[in-house]
Design a protein around this ligand. Sequence first.
Ligand SMILES: Cc1cc2nc3c(=O)[nH]c(=O)nc-3n(C[C@H](O)[C@H](O)[C@H](O)COP(=O)(O)OP(=O)(O)OC[C@H]3O[C@@H](n4cnc5c(N)ncnc54)[C@H](O)[C@@H]3O)c2cc1C
Length: 457
Amino acid sequence: MNPRALAPLRRIVGSEHVLAPVPAPYLQDATAARGIRGEAAAAVRPADAEQVAAVVRHCYAEGIAIVPRGGGSGLAGGAVPAGGELVLSLERLQRVRALEPERWRMHVEAGVRTATVQRLARENGCWYPPDPGAGEQSHIGGNIATNAGGPHAFKYGVTRAWVTGVEAVLAPGELVRLGGPVRKDASGYDLRGLLIGSEGTLGVVTAAWLRLIPAPPAAAALAACYADPAQGARALVDALGSGVVPAVLEFLDAGALAAAGPAFPLPLPGETRFLVLAEVDGGPEQVERERAELAEALDAPALRVHAFVTESERRALWRWRDGVSLAVSAQRGGKLSEDIVVPVEHLGEAIAATVEIGERHGLPACSWGHGGDGNVHATFMLDPSCAAERERAEHAAGEVFARALALGGAVSGEHGLGLVKRGWLRRQWPEAAVAAHEAVKRALDPKGLFNPGKKLP
Ligand SMILES: Cc1cc2nc3c(=O)[nH]c(=O)nc-3n(C[C@H](O)[C@H](O)[C@H](O)COP(=O)(O)OP(=O)(O)OC[C@H]3O[C@@H](n4cnc5c(N)ncnc54)[C@H](O)[C@@H]3O)c2cc1C
């Protein structure tokens, strides 16, 4: 970028919010654990939506590529600049524009953290169900850009289901409102839906209208331990036929348990090689009944099924679950973790394939994830300072993607394609579908300046 291009940016956002050279944290996301870091010409931190629009207008006129950045917790390298772009951080857009618990809705700016949205909803007698794992770090704008999932997505749906409107800056710098506080809107093409999950490649999200619901009055959790991973995966899938709709249905395989198991809130049977975690919610009687039915459905081949009934027991369980990713990273200092998704009946095959592929590439492998959704965090543990291991892990990930597609699945269930999986749409979709995708990109970003090289090749 021409250094003279920075002067107008300084006028828009103020000199102290134009960072050049760019501090390291703005050049990476959670893929730093696998050794990915980027370069950028500058980073800007606008204060509000109008400043975002002015920055985009300037960049679009000058041909400067933009990488929108939320909390930097992404696992696909979507917020990592390749070099020469402008990083546009939404971190200062933190206003809660409206909180209306009696109407079950909230209007927040893109930089509000996911955990803040959840807390505000809770403190006002409501609930915002999407619960992606890095909620203290991720922004609601980043969740929208990746259409984030999380454990409760099984019953309540991913972020898309909770966003009734998006305010965004589209090319060449127009601030538009797509949807709003209305709960239904059948009047146009679903441009709001198009922005959700677009990973910053179609525009910059500046605010959102979120749907809330009253929190379920009661909940209970179960942990079912299995000696045989294949049996455990089958039990999880078969439990779906019990008629109970769990709020959460998660799994951990033997490798993930070896890393995180020692901190489990209770002693696990020594032979445990597969763990299913489930939660039911609703009124107290419903919870009691469904907990018993689900425990019975999970029980047949289990070593043990343990119930977590009190609030503090459940909290301890889910706090432990939140730490699984870090515990796995700690094994060798780093990891390459992907998030394939398969039809749920193929869950066991996807989990076994990850271990087998890791063995062939000389890398310890494991997986955990949102089992009820068939969403597997297929993971290879590595030393991030070892280039050979990183390269082997990339090859192994390619094989995992191919296996997911062969099983009728997709290369990403919730993290997006970003930098690390760009190009895989061509393997996943027929040519005409990819061409339609590219036509959308050209229509909304004719100069190709929004997050270039991400998602599409
Ligand atoms: C420990 C851990 C657990 C995780 N668990 C989950 C999980 O359970 N489910 C899940 O889905 N993900 C999970 N993730 C991944 C990550 O937290 C999500 O992808 C999250 O939605 C990213 O949000 P962010 O604000 O950090 O976005 P960033 O990482 O900053 O950006 C992600 C992408 O969104 C784009 N973007 C960000 N903000 C905007 C904006 N305002 N407008 C336009 N584009 C934008 C970026 O350009 C990039 O392409 C986890 C990550 C970690 C580290």
